[in-house]
Design a protein around this ligand. Structure first.
Ligand code: SF4
Length: 393
């Protein structure tokens, strides 16, 4: 029996967490496995209300530009990559990347997420040239891109230490790192799904180095690849410990593994209920991370909306383009109008944010909502402008 089990134990931990008190990993595990769902959601929502008393929930317009699918890391959950020299491997030219940035700007995007495979052909100079070309053509775009895994990869291909890679990328125009590549940081399940990826401690140490150099990031969690409940909580603990030292994680973004076209073949998957419990426990556990993002992309819009009642204050991106998660079976699409409606339907005030979570537009009156049906998710490498809008909706 769990040492804190029993209604009084759970209620006491929930009350303390709802009041902003710190909970231990053991207590987080107890809440995750045993707390009544309703009480768990209420406690997480109380924390969210105190953090964001303006009752606003946010979304962002951005574009994921997947610059190459060539990758030597061969993660077992990944349906996107192709090994070097594979017939279906591709790497976008700088012109193509700039064209996609231009389209994104046209559609109101404020952020670009450059995310790609670990191609042995791409050294740090490629990234520097690409970032500085984007920044000189589109200075209004924030480059929230790459992640700790890319830093590790570039440090190998260019024989540089992590700090030098981070400094050079930052000097070339990278503003902040995405939290991608965290998957699960605990070594046993991480080795099982991504044996060639850097270990979890290395991922964290790159992020810690970046934070100390003034480059902030987000942190993510891909649930549902066969990890235990205790390992799920351990993932949170590893991130919280670094955050205690650096404060550089702006948000935590849990999402669920997608089962198609990859070596794991969906033998394991997190349920919607597990996902909601994780969102709530994360809100209670991360007393040192400001924002919590619910994923509509991997869990669907209904569950995405429900996360707003379980502690989330952000629904992430409209995703003008995304190819990686969709390759593995994520079929959910949305658009700005729909995200605004989902947020409003949850009793919150929708706002478009930037990368730093500043509110760019607060949608207080439905009559003033933006009407632009081109601002929708699109899961293809094909240029937006070449697609009839109806076909892409
Ligand atoms: S998840 Fe990233 S690192 Fe892993 S195989 Fe796919 S592209 Fe490569």
């Amino acid at each position: 029996m769990h040492p804190y089990a029993g209604e009084v134990g759970i209620a006491g931990v929930l009350d303390r967490a709802a009041d902003g008190g710190r909970i231990t990993p053991d207590e987080a595990l107890l809440l995750y496995t045993d707390a009544p769902l309703h009480a768990l959601g209420q406690a997480a929502d109380a924390v969210r209300r105190r953090r964001f008393p303006d009752n606003i929930a946010t979304y962002i317009i951005d574009r994921n530009i997947n610059y190459t699918n060539v990758c030597v890391t061969a993660c077992k959950f990944c349906a996107f990559y192709r090994a070097p020299k594979h017939d279906e491997g591709w790497t976008h030219s700088q012109e193509e990347i700039l064209r996609r940035c231009g389209e994104a700007v046209e559609l109101g995007a404020t952020q670009i997420m450059l995310q790609g495979g670990h191609s042995p052909e791409l050294g740090i100079e490629w990234y520097e040239q690409t970032f500085s070309a984007i920044k000189s053509n589109y200075p209004q775009l924030t480059l929230h891109s790459l992640g700790a895994s890319e830093v590790v990869h570039i440090s190998k291909t260019s024989t540089l230490d992590f700090g030098t890679v981070i400094r050079r990328l930052n000097a070339a125009g990278l503003d902040s790192f995405a939290g991608a590549g965290a998957e699960i940081l605990v070594q046993r399940p991480r080795t099982a799904i991504a044996p060639l990826k850097e270990d979890g401690e290395t991922w964290l140490s790159v992020m810690e180095t970046a934070h100390r150099l003034g480059v902030e990031s987000t942190a993510t969690f891909m649930m549902g690849t066969g990890e235990t409940n205790a390992e799920r909580i351990e993932h949170l603990r590893m991130i919280r410990d670094v955050q205690d030292r650096t404060g550089g994680f702006r948000s935590f973004i849990p999402w669920t593994y997608q089962p198609e076209n990859n070596h794991l073949r969906g033998r394991t998957q997190a349920t919607s209920l597990e996902y909601l419990r994780m969102v709530a426990v994360a809100r209670l556990f991360f007393d040192n991370v400001n924002h919590l993002q619910g994923s509509w992309l991997t869990t669907g819009k209904d569950i995405g909306q429900l996360t707003l009642h379980f502690g989330a204050d952000d629904l992430g991106s409209v995703m003008l383009e995304e190819n990686v998660v969709s390759s593995a079976g994520a079929r959910h699409r949305s658009n700005r109008t729909e995200l605004i409606d989902l947020i409003r339907g949850a009793g919150r005030i929708p706002a478009q944010r930037d990368t730093l979570y500043n509110h760019l537009v607060v949608h207080r009156d439905p009559q003033d909502d933006p009407v632009d049906d081109r601002v929708h998710s699109h899961f293809s490498s094909t240029a937006l402008r070449l697609l009839p809008v109806a076909a892409a909706n």
